[in-house]
Ligand binder design. Structure first.
Ligand SMILES: *[C@@H]1O[C@H](CO)[C@@H](O)[C@H](O)[C@H]1NC(C)=O
Ligand SMILES: *[C@@H]1O[C@H](CO)[C@@H](O)[C@H](O)[C@H]1NC(C)=O
Ligand SMILES: *[C@@H]1O[C@H](CO)[C@@H](O)[C@H](O)[C@H]1NC(C)=O
Ligand SMILES: *[C@@H]1O[C@H](CO)[C@@H](O)[C@H](O)[C@H]1NC(C)=O
Ligand SMILES: *[C@@H]1O[C@H](CO)[C@@H](O)[C@H](O)[C@H]1NC(C)=O
Length: 357
Protein backbone atom coordinates (compact mmCIF):
# COMPACT_ATOMS: atom_id res chain seq x y z
CA UNK A 1 0.00 0.00 0.00
CA UNK A 2 3.08 2.15 0.11
CA UNK A 3 2.74 1.86 -3.65
CA UNK A 4 -0.68 3.49 -3.56
CA UNK A 5 0.46 6.27 -1.33
CA UNK A 6 3.22 7.05 -3.69
CA UNK A 7 1.02 6.94 -6.75
CA UNK A 8 -2.00 8.82 -5.38
CA UNK A 9 -0.83 11.51 -3.02
CA UNK A 10 -4.31 13.02 -3.04
CA UNK A 11 -5.40 10.20 -0.69
CA UNK A 12 -7.75 8.58 -3.16
CA UNK A 13 -7.35 4.88 -2.65
CA UNK A 14 -7.70 2.87 -5.80
CA UNK A 15 -7.82 -0.87 -6.05
CA UNK A 16 -6.57 -2.02 -9.39
CA UNK A 17 -7.73 -5.36 -10.73
CA UNK A 18 -4.76 -7.13 -12.19
CA UNK A 19 -6.34 -10.05 -13.99
CA UNK A 20 -6.41 -11.77 -17.36
CA UNK A 21 -9.24 -10.72 -19.67
CA UNK A 22 -12.76 -12.10 -19.29
CA UNK A 23 -14.27 -14.09 -22.11
CA UNK A 24 -15.74 -11.67 -24.68
CA UNK A 25 -19.53 -11.93 -24.83
CA UNK A 26 -22.50 -10.71 -26.78
CA UNK A 27 -20.93 -10.70 -30.21
CA UNK A 28 -23.12 -8.95 -32.74
CA UNK A 29 -22.42 -7.86 -36.28
CA UNK A 30 -23.81 -5.61 -39.00
CA UNK A 31 -23.18 -6.36 -42.65
CA UNK A 32 -23.16 -3.81 -45.46
CA UNK A 33 -23.00 -5.89 -48.63
CA UNK A 34 -19.80 -5.30 -50.62
CA UNK A 35 -18.75 -2.63 -48.19
CA UNK A 36 -18.26 -3.42 -44.54
CA UNK A 37 -18.72 -6.04 -41.85
CA UNK A 38 -18.48 -4.76 -38.30
CA UNK A 39 -18.73 -6.84 -35.15
CA UNK A 40 -18.94 -5.59 -31.58
CA UNK A 41 -18.80 -7.39 -28.26
CA UNK A 42 -18.58 -6.79 -24.54
CA UNK A 43 -15.38 -7.56 -22.74
CA UNK A 44 -16.36 -7.96 -19.09
CA UNK A 45 -14.37 -6.54 -16.20
CA UNK A 46 -11.84 -3.76 -16.57
CA UNK A 47 -8.38 -5.37 -16.40
CA UNK A 48 -6.19 -2.27 -16.30
CA UNK A 49 -3.94 -3.76 -18.92
CA UNK A 50 -4.04 -2.97 -22.54
CA UNK A 51 -6.05 -5.77 -24.12
CA UNK A 52 -5.70 -6.84 -27.73
CA UNK A 53 -8.72 -8.38 -29.44
CA UNK A 54 -8.77 -10.59 -32.47
CA UNK A 55 -12.00 -11.23 -34.35
CA UNK A 56 -11.99 -14.47 -36.31
CA UNK A 57 -14.34 -15.15 -39.19
CA UNK A 58 -14.50 -18.90 -39.63
CA UNK A 59 -13.91 -21.29 -41.06
CA UNK A 60 -10.50 -19.82 -41.79
CA UNK A 61 -11.80 -16.84 -43.74
CA UNK A 62 -9.74 -14.26 -41.97
CA UNK A 63 -9.40 -12.15 -38.89
CA UNK A 64 -9.11 -8.59 -37.77
CA UNK A 65 -7.33 -6.99 -34.82
CA UNK A 66 -8.49 -4.23 -32.55
CA UNK A 67 -7.85 -2.59 -29.20
CA UNK A 68 -11.52 -1.76 -28.65
CA UNK A 69 -14.74 -3.77 -28.44
CA UNK A 70 -15.34 -3.55 -32.16
CA UNK A 71 -13.60 -4.59 -35.36
CA UNK A 72 -14.44 -4.22 -39.06
CA UNK A 73 -13.65 -5.97 -42.32
CA UNK A 74 -13.81 -3.76 -45.39
CA UNK A 75 -14.48 -4.39 -49.06
CA UNK A 76 -13.15 -6.45 -50.78
CA UNK A 77 -12.66 -8.52 -47.63
CA UNK A 78 -16.44 -8.74 -47.13
CA UNK A 79 -17.62 -11.91 -48.90
CA UNK A 80 -21.24 -12.92 -48.39
CA UNK A 81 -21.97 -16.24 -46.73
CA UNK A 82 -24.74 -17.74 -44.66
CA UNK A 83 -22.40 -20.06 -42.81
CA UNK A 84 -19.72 -17.99 -41.13
CA UNK A 85 -19.28 -18.04 -37.41
CA UNK A 86 -17.52 -15.33 -35.44
CA UNK A 87 -15.17 -15.69 -32.51
CA UNK A 88 -13.37 -13.09 -30.41
CA UNK A 89 -10.12 -13.67 -28.58
CA UNK A 90 -9.05 -11.19 -25.88
CA UNK A 91 -5.47 -11.15 -24.65
CA UNK A 92 -3.38 -9.13 -22.24
CA UNK A 93 0.00 -9.80 -20.65
CA UNK A 94 -1.55 -12.06 -18.00
CA UNK A 95 -3.41 -14.35 -20.34
CA UNK A 96 -6.07 -14.76 -22.97
CA UNK A 97 -9.72 -15.82 -23.32
CA UNK A 98 -11.77 -16.75 -26.38
CA UNK A 99 -15.48 -16.73 -26.92
CA UNK A 100 -17.21 -19.59 -28.66
CA UNK A 101 -17.65 -19.27 -32.39
CA UNK A 102 -21.11 -17.75 -32.87
CA UNK A 103 -22.86 -18.60 -36.15
CA UNK A 104 -24.23 -15.41 -37.71
CA UNK A 105 -25.87 -15.80 -41.15
CA UNK A 106 -24.98 -12.57 -42.88
CA UNK A 107 -28.36 -12.07 -44.53
CA UNK A 108 -29.82 -11.72 -41.03
CA UNK A 109 -27.51 -8.85 -40.16
CA UNK A 110 -27.70 -7.04 -43.45
CA UNK A 111 -28.20 -3.32 -43.31
CA UNK A 112 -28.06 -1.09 -46.34
CA UNK A 113 -27.86 2.58 -47.10
CA UNK A 114 -31.14 4.49 -47.03
CA UNK A 115 -33.05 4.73 -50.30
CA UNK A 116 -32.92 8.08 -52.05
CA UNK A 117 -36.20 9.89 -52.63
CA UNK A 118 -36.23 11.13 -56.22
CA UNK A 119 -39.51 12.98 -56.07
CA UNK A 120 -42.66 13.61 -54.11
CA UNK A 121 -45.35 14.97 -56.39
CA UNK A 122 -49.04 15.59 -56.61
CA UNK A 123 -50.84 14.32 -59.68
CA UNK A 124 -52.71 17.16 -61.34
CA UNK A 125 -56.43 16.66 -60.92
CA UNK A 126 -56.16 14.11 -58.11
CA UNK A 127 -56.78 15.51 -54.67
CA UNK A 128 -55.43 14.24 -51.39
CA UNK A 129 -52.70 12.18 -53.02
CA UNK A 130 -48.92 12.33 -53.38
CA UNK A 131 -46.76 10.00 -55.45
CA UNK A 132 -43.37 9.15 -53.99
CA UNK A 133 -40.59 7.72 -56.16
CA UNK A 134 -37.22 6.58 -54.92
CA UNK A 135 -34.08 4.74 -55.84
CA UNK A 136 -32.76 1.78 -53.86
CA UNK A 137 -29.07 1.74 -52.97
CA UNK A 138 -27.03 -0.57 -55.18
CA UNK A 139 -25.22 -2.55 -52.53
CA UNK A 140 -27.83 -5.03 -51.37
CA UNK A 141 -27.50 -8.81 -51.14
CA UNK A 142 -29.07 -9.88 -54.47
CA UNK A 143 -32.52 -11.49 -54.65
CA UNK A 144 -33.69 -10.83 -51.11
CA UNK A 145 -37.26 -9.69 -50.66
CA UNK A 146 -37.58 -6.21 -49.22
CA UNK A 147 -40.11 -4.22 -47.26
CA UNK A 148 -40.16 -0.46 -47.25
CA UNK A 149 -41.81 1.99 -44.96
CA UNK A 150 -42.84 5.54 -45.80
CA UNK A 151 -43.12 8.07 -43.02
CA UNK A 152 -45.05 11.21 -43.79
CA UNK A 153 -45.67 14.19 -41.63
CA UNK A 154 -48.40 16.74 -42.11
CA UNK A 155 -46.54 20.04 -41.77
CA UNK A 156 -49.77 21.95 -41.24
CA UNK A 157 -50.92 20.13 -38.13
CA UNK A 158 -47.45 19.26 -36.73
CA UNK A 159 -48.84 16.44 -34.72
CA UNK A 160 -49.76 13.70 -37.10
CA UNK A 161 -47.01 11.42 -38.35
CA UNK A 162 -48.12 8.39 -40.34
CA UNK A 163 -46.36 5.27 -41.52
CA UNK A 164 -47.20 2.80 -44.23
CA UNK A 165 -45.39 -0.42 -45.03
CA UNK A 166 -45.41 -2.00 -48.46
CA UNK A 167 -43.56 -4.34 -50.73
CA UNK A 168 -41.63 -2.10 -53.11
CA UNK A 169 -42.44 -2.44 -56.81
CA UNK A 170 -39.86 -2.40 -59.59
CA UNK A 171 -40.30 1.30 -60.29
CA UNK A 172 -39.77 2.25 -56.66
CA UNK A 173 -42.93 4.29 -56.32
CA UNK A 174 -45.99 4.42 -54.16
CA UNK A 175 -49.03 6.59 -53.61
CA UNK A 176 -49.93 8.22 -50.35
CA UNK A 177 -53.67 8.67 -50.25
CA UNK A 178 -56.25 10.16 -47.92
CA UNK A 179 -54.07 13.21 -47.32
CA UNK A 180 -55.30 16.71 -46.55
CA UNK A 181 -55.98 19.16 -49.34
CA UNK A 182 -53.57 22.01 -50.04
CA UNK A 183 -51.24 20.75 -47.35
CA UNK A 184 -47.50 20.34 -47.29
CA UNK A 185 -46.06 16.98 -46.28
CA UNK A 186 -42.57 15.89 -45.44
CA UNK A 187 -41.85 12.35 -46.63
CA UNK A 188 -39.04 9.93 -45.77
CA UNK A 189 -38.49 6.25 -46.53
CA UNK A 190 -36.50 3.32 -45.17
CA UNK A 191 -36.28 -0.31 -46.17
CA UNK A 192 -35.29 -3.66 -44.74
CA UNK A 193 -34.58 -7.09 -46.14
CA UNK A 194 -37.37 -9.43 -44.94
CA UNK A 195 -34.85 -11.78 -43.33
CA UNK A 196 -32.75 -9.10 -41.67
CA UNK A 197 -33.23 -7.42 -38.32
CA UNK A 198 -31.80 -4.06 -39.35
CA UNK A 199 -33.75 -1.31 -41.08
CA UNK A 200 -31.79 1.12 -43.19
CA UNK A 201 -31.62 4.60 -41.76
CA UNK A 202 -34.34 6.98 -42.89
CA UNK A 203 -33.74 8.68 -46.19
CA UNK A 204 -33.47 12.44 -46.34
CA UNK A 205 -36.91 13.98 -46.13
CA UNK A 206 -38.54 15.62 -49.10
CA UNK A 207 -41.48 18.02 -49.05
CA UNK A 208 -44.42 18.51 -51.35
CA UNK A 209 -47.95 19.89 -51.23
CA UNK A 210 -51.15 18.14 -52.20
CA UNK A 211 -53.49 19.48 -54.84
CA UNK A 212 -55.14 22.72 -53.83
CA UNK A 213 -58.80 23.02 -53.04
CA UNK A 214 -60.73 26.24 -52.59
CA UNK A 215 -61.09 27.21 -48.91
CA UNK A 216 -64.17 25.39 -47.76
CA UNK A 217 -65.32 27.44 -44.78
CA UNK A 218 -66.51 31.02 -44.61
CA UNK A 219 -64.40 33.28 -42.41
CA UNK A 220 -65.67 34.31 -39.02
CA UNK A 221 -66.37 38.00 -39.66
CA UNK A 222 -66.57 40.82 -37.16
CA UNK A 223 -66.75 44.61 -37.32
CA UNK A 224 -66.42 47.71 -35.17
CA UNK A 225 -68.00 50.98 -36.28
CA UNK A 226 -66.31 54.15 -35.13
CA UNK A 227 -68.67 56.89 -34.04
CA UNK A 228 -69.85 59.15 -36.85
CA UNK A 229 -67.79 62.00 -38.11
CA UNK A 230 -69.58 65.31 -38.56
CA UNK A 231 -70.16 64.72 -42.26
CA UNK A 232 -71.84 61.39 -41.54
CA UNK A 233 -68.98 59.24 -42.77
CA UNK A 234 -67.73 56.40 -40.59
CA UNK A 235 -64.73 54.16 -40.29
CA UNK A 236 -65.71 50.54 -40.23
CA UNK A 237 -63.07 48.13 -38.93
CA UNK A 238 -63.54 44.67 -40.35
CA UNK A 239 -61.77 41.73 -38.76
CA UNK A 240 -62.04 38.06 -39.44
CA UNK A 241 -60.56 34.75 -38.53
CA UNK A 242 -60.21 31.51 -40.38
CA UNK A 243 -61.72 28.68 -38.42
CA UNK A 244 -59.15 27.11 -36.16
CA UNK A 245 -58.26 23.53 -36.83
CA UNK A 246 -60.36 21.27 -34.71
CA UNK A 247 -58.13 18.63 -33.15
CA UNK A 248 -60.83 16.03 -33.77
CA UNK A 249 -61.20 16.89 -37.40
CA UNK A 250 -59.23 14.89 -39.90
CA UNK A 251 -59.29 17.56 -42.52
CA UNK A 252 -58.16 21.14 -42.43
CA UNK A 253 -61.03 23.56 -42.20
CA UNK A 254 -60.08 25.43 -45.29
CA UNK A 255 -57.45 25.01 -47.91
CA UNK A 256 -54.34 27.10 -48.02
CA UNK A 257 -55.31 30.76 -48.18
CA UNK A 258 -53.53 33.29 -50.39
CA UNK A 259 -55.64 36.33 -49.50
CA UNK A 260 -59.06 37.80 -48.89
CA UNK A 261 -61.50 39.61 -51.12
CA UNK A 262 -63.68 42.28 -49.51
CA UNK A 263 -66.74 43.54 -51.38
CA UNK A 264 -69.14 46.22 -50.19
CA UNK A 265 -72.01 48.30 -51.56
CA UNK A 266 -74.77 50.55 -50.23
CA UNK A 267 -77.78 48.45 -49.37
CA UNK A 268 -80.00 50.35 -51.76
CA UNK A 269 -77.54 50.49 -54.66
CA UNK A 270 -75.76 47.23 -55.46
CA UNK A 271 -74.38 48.80 -58.64
CA UNK A 272 -71.84 50.72 -56.53
CA UNK A 273 -70.09 47.52 -55.50
CA UNK A 274 -66.42 48.01 -54.55
CA UNK A 275 -63.82 45.29 -54.26
CA UNK A 276 -60.66 45.29 -52.16
CA UNK A 277 -58.05 42.64 -51.69
CA UNK A 278 -56.23 42.09 -48.43
CA UNK A 279 -53.60 39.69 -47.23
CA UNK A 280 -54.25 40.58 -43.60
CA UNK A 281 -57.20 39.41 -41.58
CA UNK A 282 -58.49 42.97 -41.21
CA UNK A 283 -59.28 46.09 -43.20
CA UNK A 284 -60.66 49.56 -42.47
CA UNK A 285 -63.35 50.97 -44.77
CA UNK A 286 -64.50 54.56 -44.87
CA UNK A 287 -68.27 54.45 -45.49
CA UNK A 288 -70.89 57.20 -45.72
CA UNK A 289 -74.00 57.28 -43.54
CA UNK A 290 -75.95 54.77 -45.64
CA UNK A 291 -76.49 51.13 -44.70
CA UNK A 292 -73.94 48.81 -46.34
CA UNK A 293 -73.67 45.17 -47.19
CA UNK A 294 -70.16 43.77 -46.83
CA UNK A 295 -68.87 40.36 -47.79
CA UNK A 296 -65.50 38.69 -47.28
CA UNK A 297 -64.21 35.57 -49.00
CA UNK A 298 -60.89 33.74 -48.62
CA UNK A 299 -59.28 32.61 -51.87
CA UNK A 300 -56.43 30.55 -53.22
CA UNK A 301 -55.44 29.36 -56.67
CA UNK A 302 -58.28 26.82 -56.67
CA UNK A 303 -61.06 29.31 -55.91
CA UNK A 304 -63.04 31.16 -53.26
CA UNK A 305 -64.53 30.18 -49.95
CA UNK A 306 -68.24 30.80 -49.36
CA UNK A 307 -68.98 34.44 -48.56
CA UNK A 308 -69.26 35.75 -45.04
CA UNK A 309 -71.76 38.61 -45.20
CA UNK A 310 -72.74 41.30 -42.76
CA UNK A 311 -74.75 44.47 -42.81
CA UNK A 312 -73.61 47.84 -41.51
CA UNK A 313 -76.64 49.76 -40.26
CA UNK A 314 -77.07 53.32 -41.48
CA UNK A 315 -75.96 56.10 -39.17
CA UNK A 316 -79.64 56.77 -38.30
CA UNK A 317 -80.37 53.17 -37.35
CA UNK A 318 -77.27 52.98 -35.27
CA UNK A 319 -78.36 56.04 -33.38
CA UNK A 320 -81.68 54.43 -32.53
CA UNK A 321 -80.04 51.19 -31.62
CA UNK A 322 -77.63 52.86 -29.25
CA UNK A 323 -80.52 54.68 -27.60
CA UNK A 324 -82.20 51.34 -27.22
CA UNK A 325 -79.03 49.96 -25.70
CA UNK A 326 -78.81 52.86 -23.27
CA UNK A 327 -82.39 52.21 -22.25
CA UNK A 328 -81.60 48.59 -21.65
CA UNK A 329 -78.61 49.50 -19.53
CA UNK A 330 -80.56 51.84 -17.36
CA UNK A 331 -83.36 49.31 -16.98
CA UNK A 332 -80.84 46.74 -16.00
CA UNK A 333 -79.43 49.10 -13.40
CA UNK A 334 -82.74 50.08 -11.88
CA UNK A 335 -84.12 46.54 -12.05
CA UNK A 336 -87.53 48.12 -12.58
CA UNK A 337 -88.43 46.02 -15.50
CA UNK A 338 -87.26 42.69 -16.85
CA UNK A 339 -85.47 42.41 -20.15
CA UNK A 340 -88.11 40.23 -21.68
CA UNK A 341 -90.59 43.08 -21.48
CA UNK A 342 -88.64 45.06 -24.03
CA UNK A 343 -89.93 44.93 -27.61
CA UNK A 344 -88.32 41.96 -29.40
CA UNK A 345 -86.96 44.04 -32.26
CA UNK A 346 -85.20 46.30 -29.87
CA UNK A 347 -83.76 43.40 -27.95
CA UNK A 348 -82.33 41.60 -30.98
CA UNK A 349 -80.76 44.81 -32.27
CA UNK A 350 -79.16 45.31 -28.93
CA UNK A 351 -77.78 41.82 -28.92
CA UNK A 352 -76.41 42.32 -32.40
CA UNK A 353 -74.81 45.60 -31.43
CA UNK A 354 -73.78 44.80 -27.91
CA UNK A 355 -70.48 43.47 -29.17
CA UNK A 356 -69.57 46.95 -30.32
CA UNK A 357 -69.63 48.51 -26.92
C1 LIG B 1 -25.95 -9.04 -24.07
O1 LIG B 1 -27.01 -9.17 -25.01
C2 LIG B 1 -28.26 -9.37 -24.39
C3 LIG B 1 -29.26 -9.62 -25.47
O2 LIG B 1 -28.94 -8.93 -26.62
C4 LIG B 1 -28.59 -8.14 -23.58
O3 LIG B 1 -29.83 -8.33 -22.92
C5 LIG B 1 -27.51 -7.92 -22.55
O4 LIG B 1 -27.77 -6.70 -21.86
C6 LIG B 1 -26.17 -7.83 -23.22
N1 LIG B 1 -25.15 -7.76 -22.20
C7 LIG B 1 -24.25 -6.82 -22.19
C8 LIG B 1 -23.27 -6.86 -21.10
O5 LIG B 1 -24.24 -5.93 -23.05
C1 LIG C 1 -0.96 -6.16 -28.50
O1 LIG C 1 -0.60 -5.79 -29.80
C2 LIG C 1 0.59 -5.02 -29.92
C3 LIG C 1 0.79 -4.67 -31.36
O2 LIG C 1 -0.35 -4.06 -31.86
C4 LIG C 1 1.77 -5.82 -29.40
O3 LIG C 1 2.93 -5.01 -29.44
C5 LIG C 1 1.48 -6.24 -27.97
O4 LIG C 1 2.52 -7.09 -27.53
C6 LIG C 1 0.17 -6.98 -27.91
N1 LIG C 1 -0.13 -7.29 -26.52
C7 LIG C 1 -0.50 -8.49 -26.12
C8 LIG C 1 -0.77 -8.65 -24.66
O5 LIG C 1 -0.62 -9.42 -26.88
C1 LIG D 1 -46.07 23.83 -35.56
O1 LIG D 1 -44.87 23.92 -34.85
C2 LIG D 1 -44.24 25.17 -34.96
C3 LIG D 1 -42.92 25.10 -34.26
O2 LIG D 1 -42.85 24.04 -33.37
C4 LIG D 1 -45.15 26.26 -34.39
O3 LIG D 1 -44.54 27.50 -34.53
C5 LIG D 1 -46.45 26.24 -35.14
O4 LIG D 1 -47.35 27.17 -34.58
C6 LIG D 1 -47.07 24.86 -35.09
N1 LIG D 1 -48.27 24.83 -35.93
C7 LIG D 1 -49.40 24.26 -35.53
C8 LIG D 1 -50.53 24.30 -36.52
O5 LIG D 1 -49.52 23.73 -34.45
C1 LIG E 1 -50.80 6.20 -58.13
O1 LIG E 1 -52.04 6.75 -58.53
C2 LIG E 1 -52.09 7.02 -59.92
C3 LIG E 1 -53.41 7.71 -60.18
O2 LIG E 1 -54.47 7.03 -59.56
C4 LIG E 1 -51.93 5.75 -60.72
O3 LIG E 1 -51.95 6.05 -62.09
C5 LIG E 1 -50.60 5.10 -60.36
O4 LIG E 1 -50.47 3.86 -60.99
C6 LIG E 1 -50.51 4.91 -58.86
N1 LIG E 1 -49.19 4.44 -58.55
C7 LIG E 1 -48.97 3.44 -57.70
C8 LIG E 1 -47.56 3.08 -57.45
O5 LIG E 1 -49.88 2.82 -57.15
C1 LIG F 1 -59.15 49.57 -51.72
O1 LIG F 1 -58.36 49.51 -52.88
C2 LIG F 1 -57.97 50.79 -53.35
C3 LIG F 1 -57.24 50.56 -54.67
O2 LIG F 1 -56.81 49.25 -54.80
C4 LIG F 1 -57.09 51.47 -52.34
O3 LIG F 1 -56.70 52.74 -52.81
C5 LIG F 1 -57.88 51.62 -51.08
O4 LIG F 1 -57.06 52.18 -50.07
C6 LIG F 1 -58.36 50.26 -50.62
N1 LIG F 1 -59.20 50.45 -49.47
C7 LIG F 1 -58.99 49.83 -48.37
C8 LIG F 1 -59.96 50.09 -47.32
O5 LIG F 1 -58.03 49.08 -48.22
Amino acid sequence: SLFHWALFPSFHFQFLLLIPPDTPRNISCIYYFDAELTCTWTSGRETNFRTNYTLYRKMTMGSCQSKTESCSFYYPDTPYSSSFCFQVKAENILGEASSGCVPIPMEKIEKFEPPEILSVKKITGIKQLLTVTWKMPEKIIPSQDLICQVRYRNLYSNSSVSYINFLPNKMGSCNLTGLWDSTEYSVAIRCISVVSKFWSEWSRGKKASTEEKAPSERVDLWRVIESSHPAGSRYVHLMWKVYALSPLNNFPPSGRILGYKIQYFPENNAALKMTNISSNEKVILLLNEEAYIISVTAYNSAGNSPEAVLRIPSADERCKISQCFDTLLSLEKKKKEKKKNLPDICLSSVIAEAKLY
